[in-house]
Structures are given as structure tokens and as C-alpha cells.
Write a protein that binds this ligand. Structure first.
Ligand code: DGL
Length: 252
């Protein structure tokens, strides 16, 4: 049985944990929500790396074998830094530009992510690989993380916040929208409703979480981390008040 540490700036990483738990039902999981420092979106890479050092130290003291950065912004700021500094494997988020580029019929794809992710070299490199095949339009999901942390996933306020960032992507002709922040899948119902109300019920939202779960298993196998032979154990930790974490965990 493996001990898997999963972190995010808040509850967003639970959208990744949901997929990991489906793929690996019998492990020991420690989920850490860094909500006392949320959102990460506008923070500097140096600030985020400092938080990642603290979270990694906590995970290592609890015997974590592999750590998942279930946060695109933390991945952009620190996954390479962590890989150079510590010996356990680190799994980061990949913006799902490739499946979007392969699936689009309009040849326009939209990316919703935080400012930190959109500025990161990981995203810019991925974007560079597809830019000559498709037009890529981007928007920061302004206010999305705050809605999800508050548990306001649907209703008029959620829809109006979602609409402000989604509409420019739809207006540009995007028929595939990459969810480049792990908080955003919790707003899927509102995103779909707004897209339909703007005359685009066909638009598809792409969440990279299932691919991350598959990649985690591959890496564990390559690194000889045994899995599958225990009974599930889940610990939920937060750097701030843990009520959002408990509430959102009950939804997955
Ligand atoms: N869930 C995050 C991500 O995937 C972080 C959002 C934030 O804290 O701004 O980018």
C-alpha cells in the first residue's frame, strides 16, 4: 500500500483526488489544502515554492511515497524545483491543450486558468507546440477559485462570475475549453449552463484529472512503489479552517 500526498491551494485538488481514488481505491491518501494561503493564482513563484517546501516537509514526515501537485499554478511555479531538491517522485498537472487541439472542429480552443499558470514555461511550451495548428485563446477564471472555496458552485452569482470569463472564449469561436485550474471542474454545471444560454450547448470542457491519475500509476510502477494491497485510508488536512475541505470532500 502506498502513501500518496496530494496538495492544492485549497479544495480544487479534490477534483483530481476524485479521479485518483477511482483508479487507486486501496491506498493511504493525505490531502493538504493550503487554504490559509489561497489563492495561489496571483502569488509569485518564489512564494509558492516556499509553501511547497513546507508542505513537502510535512508529507515526508508522514511517510509520503509520491506527491501530486493537484494544482496547475503550483506545478508551474515549483514542480521542477521540487524534483531537483527531493528524491520522491512529483506528479504535476498538464494543461490539456493536446486533447483540445485534436478534438476541435472550429480550430479555436479556449484555455481557462490562473494568471500564474498562463505565464508559466510549462504552459507556454505546450501552447507553442500547437499554435500553428489551432488558435488558442485564454482567460483567467476571475473569481472562480473564490466561488469554489465558498461552496457557491451554482446559482445566479456563480453563473454571472463564470459568464464574464467564458463569454470571450465562446465569442472567439472556441468549441473546446481546457480547464487549466483544478478548482474549475467544480463549476462545470454553471459553465455548461452559461455556454448553453449563450447559444453554445455543444462546447466541450476538458479536465486533465483522469490523465493525471493514469500518469500517477505509471510513475509509481516505474519507481517500484507498490500499490493496491491495502484498505483505503484518507486524511484531510488544511492550513486554515477546514470546513470548506470537509464540505467539498462530501461532494466527491
Ligand atoms: N487549484 C489551483 C490551480 O490548479 C490554484 C488556484 C489558486 O489558488 O489560484 O491552479
Amino acid at each position: 500500500m502506498a502513501c500518496i500526498g496530494i496538495m492544492d491551494s485549497g479544495v480544487g485538488g479534490l477534483s483530481v483526488f476524485r479521479e485518483i481514488r477511482k483508479a487507486l481505491p486501496n491506498e493511504h491518501f493525505i490531502y493538504f489544502s493550503d487554504n490559509a494561503h489561497c489563492p495561489y493564482g496571483e502569488k509569485t513563484p518564489a512564494y509558492i515554492r516556499e509553501r511547497l517546501d513546507k508542505i513537502t516537509a510535512l508529507f515526508l514526515s508522514r511517510g509520503v511515497d509520491v506527491m501530486v501537485l493537484a494544482c496547475n499554478t503550483a506545478t508551474a511555479a515549483g514542480v521542477e524545483y521540487l524534483r531537483q531538491k527531493y528524491s520522491i517522485p512529483f506528479i504535476g498537472m498538464e494543461p490539456a491543450v493536446k486533447p483540445a487541439a485534436l478534438g476541435t472542429e472550429t480550430k479555436v480552443i479556449g484555455v481557462l486558468a490562473t494568471a500564474g499558470t498562463l505565464k508559466g514555461s510549462k504552459y507556454l511550451n505546450t501552447k507553442g507546440r500547437f499554435e500553428d495548428q489551432v488558435t488558442i485563446v485564454e482567460q483567467v477564471g476571475k473569481g472562480f477559485v473564490e466561488l469554489v472555496e465558498k461552496g457557491q458552485l451554482s446559482g445566479p452569482e456563480a453563473e454571472s462570475v463564470v459568464k464574464a470569463s467564458l463569454k470571450p472564449l465562446l465569442d472567439a469561436g472556441a468549441d473546446r475549453i481546457v480547464l487549466g485550474c483544478t478548482h474549475y471542474p467544480f463549476l462545470l454545471e454553471s459553465l455548461r449552463k452559461v455556454a448553453a444560454s449563450l447559444g453554445h450547448p455543444e462546447v466541450k470542457f476538458i479536465d486533465p484529472a483522469p490523465a493525471v491519475a493514469t500518469h500517477l500509476i505509471e510513475v509509481m510502477e516505474q519507481r517500484g512503489i507498490s500499490h493496491g494491497d491495502g484498505s483505503s485510508r484518507i486524511e484531510l488536512l488544511a492550513s486554515g479552517d477546514d470546513s470548506a475541505l470537509q464540505r467539498t470532500f462530501s461532494l466527491i
